[in-house]
Design a protein around this ligand. Structure first.
Ligand code: R5P
Length: 284
């Protein structure tokens, strides 16, 4: 499959997601990071008729995308208290059947999680390579953002949790050395065996708590997040996206959704040009 197919798949998924979820009269719209979000911004630009919509970026690249499209950015910490974003769009590195996602392949995950949690609707857009039954099927590692001082300690802890060879992400561009995130932190990429869904655990496919070598998505995410030195884990999981959306829509329910970062919908651009939509109700 050529890169042209992949790019066409991303664009098709983005067009569909924006047609279904971008309301030009929205007040606040979250914009994720990566290569697929470029097509989302392109689609929003085509439909944007209201210059007062404010776009909340999730990092440097994302902010530049918003500005270059002639849209107006607002930083996450300038959003008024208790105000929710109408919708947030983002890419994903892999998505399972329960809509859990791996993110952070482009070193953005912390700000993406802040924005996803703050949105009434979180919508993901991806190409067919990301559409899997379980996380860590095709995508090899969990990206983890850590404080530089804690790198070795976190790597050692990840080995104890069962990661075979956690590695500091480095860059050879311009200057070799550790890649730095927008927070000036490091990224550790930690390989684990494919992660069980909650349905897998219910069906007895493994305990999912690490004791038998299997990890369920939410359990491994919590275990890694609990390590001192970890700022964020590139697993977006927790509450079902529909339930989280209902809670987020209720004034004052913000704290109740902590830990619920799943999208309500994932649009996959397919190799044949079609778009598949995965939600809590299944796939069409
Ligand atoms: O760190 C990057 C973000 O989490 C991206 O949204 C994710 O890696 C997907 O990126 P892409 O759209 O380039 O596949």
């Amino acid at each position: 499959m050529t890169d042209t197919n992949v790019e066409a798949a991303k664009r098709a998924a983005a067009q569909q997601a924006v047609a279904d979820h971008f309301d030009p009269s929205a007040s606040f719209v979250g914009i994720g990071s990566g290569t697929t979000i470029v097509y989302v911004v392109e689609a929003i630009k085509e439909r944007s008729t209201n210059p007062s919509v404010l776009f909340v970026p999730t990092g440097y690249q994302s902010r530049q995308l918003v500005i270059n499209a002639g849209l107006t950015p607002i930083s996450f910490d300038s959003i008024p208290d208790r105000v929710m974003l109408d919708v947030a769009f983002d890419g994903a590195d892999e998505v399972d059947t329960e809509l859990n996602c791996i993110k952070g392949g482009g070193a953005c995950l912390f700000q993406e999680k802040l924005v996803a949690e703050r949105a009434k609707k979180f919508v993901c857009v991806a190409d067919y390579r990301k559409r899997q039954d379980r996380l860590l099927t095709n995508w090899p590692t969990i990206p983890i953002e850590v404080a530089p001082l804690s790198q070795h300690k976190v790597e050692a802890s990840l080995r104890l949790l069962g990661s075979t060879n956690p590695k500091l992400r480095t860059t050879l561009l311009e200057k070799s050395g550790p890649l730095k995130t927008d927070q000036h932190f490091f990224i550790i990429d930690a390989p684990f065996p494919a992660l069980l869904t909650s349905a897998d655990v219910a069906a007895g496919k493994g305990k999912g708590d690490g004791s038998d070598g299997t990890w369920e998505v939410n359990n491994i995410s919590k275990a890694i997040k609990g390590l001192t030195g970890v700022l964020e884990v590139g697993i977006f999981s927790g509450m079902n996206g529909n339930d989280a959306q209902a809670l987020r829509a209720k004034d004052g329910a913000l704290s109740a959704v902590t830990g619920g970062q799943k999208p309500i919908a994932v649009y996959f651009g397919m190799a044949d040009g079609s778009v598949k939509l995965r939600t809590a109700d299944g796939e069409q």
